[in-house]
Design a protein around this ligand. Structure first.
Ligand SMILES: [Zn+2]
Length: 392
């Protein structure tokens, strides 16, 4: 195991070093076991030294580092994990505000950046995706869309500043959500059309059925985000049919679990037979060498979006991108069928955010998913008030 928890504090009786004792969850003097440290340092290869004022926080952080090192391997950059996490949102925000303090608009910028800093905390900005920003923005309770768009624009400026300073590369710039505050609601579609797009994706991308499966999954599990899929590994599906995904944007070791429908489990298993991979290999990867993408490499951040757009265009659906076309459409359709009360309860969102977002999760989610599959299979696609689709 790499790394350790140490302390610079010494025993006040014998001046001896205090030694880490994992069982007692602390650092103690071997001769005077009642003498315990109150300050801890997490030491990790790559010159990482983090100060912690509680043992729990030190232990959690060490576990996190071990996990990150294990999953990122060669891409593990110690700079991202040093004491103050210099490239995290919370560390960069005060610097950013310092540069903006003479602007007339500073009064407006400050609360927006501070609110986001509270939310994203010490998450490395490189790990905050467009989806995370989208979730964050749409979950701010009690604001009008115009204000939401303003939050979005300010966060965009912040990221631009990070890019200008060389903290992130251009390809690491998240895709910011478009907030059309005049329309108020984002353009979504319905299940019939969503189904057509999914089938078209499967047809156009038959050379890699994982693309179709990925988009089908996004259309089914509303808690799943495109970025989650990029973290799914060959070994991510457990024996009970739960997909377990590490979520680095949530603090410490948070895992997202999604119970898959049997259709998807069957397809998953078939694909594993067709395209065998090591347990650590990304599941959603290129299986053949195509232009600018090599076999075995995980799908790029916008790969599924492009596939969706291409298929959508072929069936004449315009202006509905991957996120609204899968997640938001399904959440809305589910709410229409199962009642907003149930969907809202499951979503754990505020009423206001739910109106925009209609996300369904928690324990009700699987029940909802089963209903979705049943309704789709039986062709029970009720006619309801739809968003108008151009060129249909
Ligand atoms: Zn002692």
């Amino acid at each position: 195991m790499q790394g350790a928890i140490i302390t610079r504090q010494r025993c006040f009786i014998c001046k001896g070093l205090l030694v880490h004792d994992e069982k007692r969850r602390g650092c103690f003097c071997p001769k005077h076991p009642e003498v315990a440290a109150t300050k801890f340092i997490v030491r990790f290869p790559g010159d990482i030294y983090q100060n912690h004022t509680s043992y729990d926080s030190a232990a959690q952080s060490l576990n996190y580092l071990r996990h990150e090192k294990g999953t990122r391997q060669g891409k593990f950059n110690p700079d991202d994990y040093r004491a103050i996490k210099p490239n995290s949102f919370a560390s960069l925000a005060p610097k950013y505000l310092e540069r903006k303090k003479n602007l007339a608009s500073f009064r407006k910028i400050k609360p927006i950046i501070k609110r986001a800093a509270d939310h994203f905390g010490y998450t490395n900005i490189r790990e905050i995706s467009g989806g995370d920003i989208d979730d964050y923005l749409f979950e701010i309770p009690g604001i009008k869309d115009k204000t939401r768009a303003n939050h979005c624009a300010q966060l965009h400026n912040f990221w631009q500043w990070c890019y200008d300073r060389g903290i992130i590369a251009l390809e690491e710039m998240p895709k910011f959500p478009k907030i059309d505050y005049e329309l108020g609601y984002r353009k979504i579609t319905n299940w019939e059309i969503q189904e057509k797009v999914v089938n078209k994706v499967r047809e156009l991308y038959a050379f890699n059925p994982k693309i179709g499966l990925a988009i089908d999954m996004l259309s089914t599990y509303t808690t799943l985000r495109p970025d989650d899929l990029r973290r799914v590994k060959e070994s991510s599906l457990d024996d009970n049919g739960y997909l377990i995904i590490h979520n680095p944007t949530k603090r410490k070791n948070k895992f997202k679990t999604i119970r898959l429908h049997s259709d998807h489990i069957t397809e998953w298993c078939d694909l594993q037979k067709r395209f065998p991979g090591l347990p650590d290999a990304p599941f959603f990867r290129h299986v053949t060498s195509i232009t600018r993408a090599k076999q075995g490499i995980v799908f790029g951040a916008n790969y599924l979006s492009k596939a969706w757009n291409k298929a959508a265009k072929e069936i004449g659906l315009e202006g509905v991108s991957l996120y609204p076309g899968t997640k938001h459409t399904t959440a809305t359709e589910t709410a229409l069928r199962m009642g907003t009360g149930k969907a809202l309860n499951a979503s754990r969102l505020t009423n206001k955010a739910f109106e925009r977002y209609c996300q369904v999760e928690s324990t009700d989610a699987f029940e909802v998913v089963s209903e979705i599959r049943k309704a789709k299979k039986a062709g029970k696609l009720l006619s309801m008030k739809r968003t108008k689709i151009e060129n249909e």
